[in-house]
Every structure is written in C-alpha cells, then in structure tokens.
Design a protein around this ligand. Structure first.
Ligand code: ADP
Length: 475
C-alpha cells in the first residue's frame, strides 16, 4: 500500500515534541512491514540541508503568496525513506522554530505556511502535483496537515483516502476568520457544523476532524477522553459526531534511538539482565550536575516541555517533601517562564539535591532517562506520552497521572499512578514510590516488568495498516 505522511516535524531534523518522534519511526516501521510509506515536510533550513539525491518534481509558482515554490523529492541524510520537501523560501527559510520565532511568538503567516503543506498533501494524493507516485492513503498529522483532508475532499478526481491523527488536541491552528479568502477554498467550506469556522475563528484542527475519512489519536484512553468536555477543548461535539470513525492507537518506541543496550549517549550501556551500567549512568549524571553522588538517594527526573499541560506546578508543591525524604530531582525542559525560574530557584536553594537544565538537549535527555530511578509525568492531560515509554524501556519507573496514554501504558506492576490533578494525590504517589524504592527486590521486579513490556512500533504499524484498510471514503 502507498502511504504519504504529511507532517510539520520529523526527528532529528525538526522536533518540538512527540510528533517528530512518531513521524520518524512510523513510516520506517511501515516500510519494514512492506508498505510504501513516504513523508511530506515543509522545507525548513534543517530539512533542506539534510536533503540528498533530490530532484524537482513540481513547480508550484506563487502558491499562498510565496514566490518560487517547488516540490523536491529525495532522502534525508543517508536514509532510505523517500521524502517530499516543499521548497518555499519565503515561507520556511528562517531561523527560529517551526511554529514560532526565536522570541516564542507565533509566525504571523502560519496560516499560509501550513495551508501550503496541506495543499501539497492533497495535490500529491490527487495525482496532480508530480506525476509519478500517488498515495492510496494520505496520513495527516495534527492541525498543520489538516487542510489536506479538506482540500482533497473537494477535489473531483479524488482517489486517496485520508486518516487524520490528533497528537495533541490543545494545539488547534486557529486564525482570523477574515483570512479565510487566503486559503482559496469555496465559501461553503466556512460555515456550519462541517465548516472551518469555530467560535468566530478559523480552525485547522476542526477541518481535519470533519473532513478526514478516519480520525485517530495516539492512545485508546485519549480517544475516549476527547469526546468529553473536560478534555475536548471545545471540539468534543465534533468528535462525538464522528465517534464511529475515531480510533486510538498507541505510539511505540524507536529501538534505533531508545535502547539502553546500544545508546551511544550513555556513560555505560545496560539491559534487563544486568543493570550495573544503569548505576554508572546515575553516578555520572549526579557528578555532571553537581549533585551528591549517592546510589542510595532515589533520583526522580523530568524531561518535558514546561507547559500547563504537564502538571509540573504540582511537582513544585511536593518538592520539599521529596527532598526531605532524601530524594533528588533532575529536570530538563523549557517553556513557561514562571516554571523555568521556579525550578532554577529550587536548584539554587538545593544545589546538591536538585539539578535543573533549561533548554532542549537530546543527549542529556537520554542520560537522564537512563540515570534516574523514577521518571515523573504528573500531566493534566497526555495524548500518549513518550517519555514514560522510554522510562519503561530504561528500567526507570514512571510515576504518572492516570490520564490518556499514561493510563494505557503504566500500572502498579511497572510504576506508580495517581488520579486527581492535585499536589496531595501526587505526594501520595511519591510516598508510594519511596516505600517501593526501599524494598530492593520489589523494585528490581518492577524494573524487570517495565523493561520487558513490548512497546515496539511494529504493533502500532500493524494497527495503522488495519485502520487504513477499513477506512471508507467520506462523501
Ligand atoms: P509532547 O509531545 O507533549 O511534548 P511526548 O512525551 O509525546 O510529549 O514527547 C516529548 C518528546 O520530546 C520526547 O522524545 C522527549 O524525550 C522529548 N523532550 C521533551 N523535552 C525535551 C528537552 N528539553 N530536551 C530534549 N528532549 C526533550
């Protein structure tokens, strides 16, 4: 089966979160399973720099106000995965992130930047943006790719079916209603239950939800949660109306990137049969971050975006109790300025027990997940969560709030869970982890259970294939 993934991120070239990891791993797993999977990406500088063996396959002229748009096909670095890259310097050739400038402000032309991504997804699928290869299934990821579903649904000689995957419903791609004409869509696409209009704005996310042939999200629990007012971000009604087409498929772990037995970032490698290397990783990290080098101090860790979603304000509340019990905390992350400075302050106040690195650091993320005893995810909501999966694989027990993908992947045989998003419930779970930590044989059993869990991408890839096969054209 020919599948084209349309996405705004792909590890290691451009990444702000789990989406990038999925877009790197899923097409590779699908190709290993015999599908002809390919990826369409915006031509950010890092993507164009990595593009090899490329040739121009389409001339887009001045689409969405961008002078000189071309579509190139090639591979990235030494990879085998065929990629289509939209070379549109006016829209994509700039420093900063994929969605925001260096000061954290949304790019003012994000509507055009991601309408162009959707346009190419739809037109490749319709067979009129490059003659040679046409996907049977267009797999659009998050709001950035959502307009492909709308544009393809409008396209008369449409041949491809569409799956829209929600990686995080909280990021919706909302724009001024007055900018609708810039999209070049017929007026009937705007209004009504099936229109792009959402509370007086344009919503790309809504477009994907109403126009895709099938919808998926990244865990079965999140698939149920987003049909409720608590988690639906206002789109719960739309999602309920498509309940029969809504599926939850858990993400996997890419073993080429996340494997403690082969991880080149680690001071020492290890596996489930021999955890000596894990102890060395812990001592190394404690030393690197200026913490007391103590194997008997339970090391709690966070590797996360610092946003309201992640519940790390609750962690600040329970931190005094955690430290009083002799534990240590390491945090790597960036985002909300108030959280950044609160964690920095905690590190200043407790230099031998709290290590904080503000920023994004791939190598340090691996070192922390290998070194820690407990990985913390007290999230208010969590579509899937990858960090707890990495924790399981590295024998680093997850302590999670039981929501979304966290509820689907962590239980009392592999970690610690709590239900209510408050400091009291988190503190109880921390106490349970501390009690378990003191019982070494029990801890070792939990680690074995965690490390033996199978979260391979092959299972997820097979689930997507059956979704693709069952997906019917929406009229
Ligand atoms: P989300 O997509 O909501 O950010 P996920 O758990 O799905 O959360 O994925 C987060 C990904 O980003 C993981 O691969 C995690 O290791 C990585 N990550 C998050 N913050 C950092 C950071 N500061 N440095 C390096 N990697 C990070």
């Amino acid at each position: 089966m020919r599948v084209l993934h349309v996405a705004a991120e792909m590890f290691p070239f451009v990444k702000t979160g789990g989406l990038a990891d999925v877009v790197a791993a899923l097409p590779a797993a699908q190709r290993a399973a015999g599908l002809d999977a390919r990826v369409l990406l915006p031509g950010y500088p890092a993507v164009l720099d990595a593009l090899r063996r490329s040739r121009k396959v389409h001339d887009g002229g001045t689409l969405f106000g961008a002078a000189r748009v071309t579509l190139r096909q090639g591979v990235l670095t030494d990879g085998e995965l065929p990629v289509y890259v939209i070379d549109a310097p006016y829209l994509y050739a700039r420093d900063g992130g994929p969605y925001q400038d260096e000061a954290g402000r949304e790019w003012r032309d994000n509507l055009q930047r991601f309408a162009l991504l959707g346009w190419y997804g739809a037109h490749l699928a319709a067979g009129d943006a490059g003659p040679q290869w046409q996907p049977e299934l267009l797999h659009c990821h998050d709001w950035h790719a959502a307009l492909a579903c709308t544009m393809l649904r409008l396209h008369p000689p449409r041949r491809s079916r569409t799956v829209f995957t929600v990686h995080n419903l909280a990021y919706q791609g909302r724009f001024e209603l007055g900018d609708f004409p810039l999209l070049g869509l017929p007026a009937r696409c705007l209004d009504g239950l099936d229109g792009l209009e959402f509370h007086g704005q344009l919503s790309f996310m809504k477009a994907g939800l109403v126009d895709a042939d099938a919808i998926s999200t990244v865990s079965p629990t999140y698939a149920r949660e987003i049909t409720t007012a608590e988690f639906g971000c206002g789109l719960e009604g739309v999602l309920r109306s498509r309940a029969d087409d809504l599926h939850g498929i858990l993400n996997g772990v890419d073993p080429a990137v996340w494997n403690p037995a082969t991880d080149a970032h680690l001071a020492a490698t290890y596996d489930a049969a021999d955890l000596d290397g894990k102890a060395q990783c812990k001592a190394f990290l404690q030393q690197e971050l200026g913490l007391a080098v103590r194997s008997d101090a339970p090391l709690f860790a966070v590797v996360s975006r610092l946003s309201q979603q992640k519940g790390l304000d609750l962690l600040l509340e329970v931190l005094p109790g955690l430290l009083a019990a002799g534990a240590q905390l390491v945090l790597l992350g960036s985002g909300d300025a108030a959280l950044e400075s609160a964690f920095r302050e905690a590190a200043r106040a407790h230099p031998t027990a709290v290590g904080v690195q503000i920023g994004y650091d791939e190598a340090l993320a691996h070192q922390i997940i290998a070194a820690a005893d407990v990985i913390l995810l007290p999230s208010r909501f969590e579509p899937c969560g990858l960090t707890q999966l990495y924790g399981l694989r590295y024998g680093t027990l997850p302590l999670v709030r039981r929501v979304g993908g966290l509820a689907d992947t962590v239980d009392t045989t592999t970690g610690f869970t709590f239900d209510t998003a408050d400091a009291g419930a988190l503190s109880d779970a921390v106490q349970r982890a501390l009690i378990a930590w003191r019982d070494r044989p029990h801890w070792r059993t939990l680690q074995q259970n965690a490390m033996n869990r199978d979260h391979s991408w092959s299972a997820a890839a097979a689930a997507y294939t059956s979704l693709y096969r069952s997906c019917r054209l929406r009229s």
